[in-house]
Design a binder for this molecule. Structure first.
Ligand code: 13P
Length: 263
């Protein structure tokens, strides 16, 4: 099938960069991509800064009319009220955020976010016009012990998207927990196998058209040197990049993967 899915290169900064560093980084990234003649219609790029940076990123994106997208790393499942420390999707939408990560493995493990919470957060994102980037993926123990490690991602996906309607835009990020920040990247075959299972599950849940349109990203130790081979896989439509998204040189190279020699 000929796909019309625009690849998305997403930089998850995690808890890095204050708002001043964020401004400097975004400016430098935009200049670098401009110098390289990057076409954002061909490969979309977005950053996911800490909450405290988002207003600054919005200001620079608006002032310089940048085509770089941005999103948040989390949101509250609630819209407003007595939820100290939480941030509403409404506030993120007001700041021009397009995307929001939901259920990153660091949220699932460090903040005990269950599938039920992820489902409520996906719904909150959709309610506020944000595109949820639902993160799924198996642990090392699950990869080694389960006959079908893809089933972990499929179950997380079914739970997270349980209330989503077929027309809503969502992005899925397959991030095997054992590949995050470890330098141990999944082989492109391993990543493709799980991403294909994810797409089949989207088809069962939301129909063929939704499955053909949904973008599935791979995340876990993506670097300039391995991105091109990952992107050759038919069911992988982009990358969710952690460490390498903190370097303008590396992240711009990842975004420009199509210009890599031999691709
Ligand atoms: P690394 O690219 O540092 O492995 O992180 C992946 C990740 O968790 C992105 O969300």
């Amino acid at each position: 099938m000929v796909t019309t899915r625009t690849p998305l290169m997403a930089g998850n900064w995690k808890m890095n960069f204050n708002h001043l560093q964020a401004i400097a980084f975004v400016q430098k990234l935009a200049w670098t991509l401009k110098d390289a003649g990057h076409d954002y219609e061909e490969v979309e790029a977005a950053v996911f800064p800490p909450f405290t940076d988002i207003r600054s990123v919005q200001t620079i994106v608006d002032a310089d009319k940048l085509k770089l997208g941005y999103g948040a790393q989390d949101l509250s499942q609630h819209d407003s009220g007595a939820y100290t420390g939480d941030v509403s999707g409404e506030f993120l939408a007001q700041l021009g955020a397009k995307y929001v990560l939901v259920g990153h493995s660091e949220r699932r493990t460090l903040h005990d976010e269950t599938d039920e919470v992820c489902r409520a957060k996906v719904n909150a994102a959709v309610r506020h016009g944000l595109v949820p980037v639902l993160c799924v993926g198996e642990s090392l123990e699950q990869r080694e012990s389960l006959e079908d490690p893809a089933s972990v991602s499929v179950e997380q996906l079914k739970a997270g998207l349980a209330d989503v309607q077929a027309g809503a835009e969502v992005v899925i990020a397959y991030e095997p927990v054992w590949a995050i920040g470890t330098g141990e990247v999944a082989t492109s075959e391993q990543a493709q196998e799980v991403c294909a299972s994810i797409r089949r599950a989207v088809s069962e849940l939301l129909g063929e058209e939704a499955a053909a349109n949904v973008r599935i990203l791979y995340g876990g130790s993506v670097k300039p040197g391995n991105v091109a081979s990952i992107m050759r896989e038919p069911d992988i439509d982009g990358a969710l990049v952690g460490g390498a998204s903190l370097s303008v040189e590396d992240f711009s190279s990842i975004i420009r993967y199509r210009s890599h020699v031999g691709v």
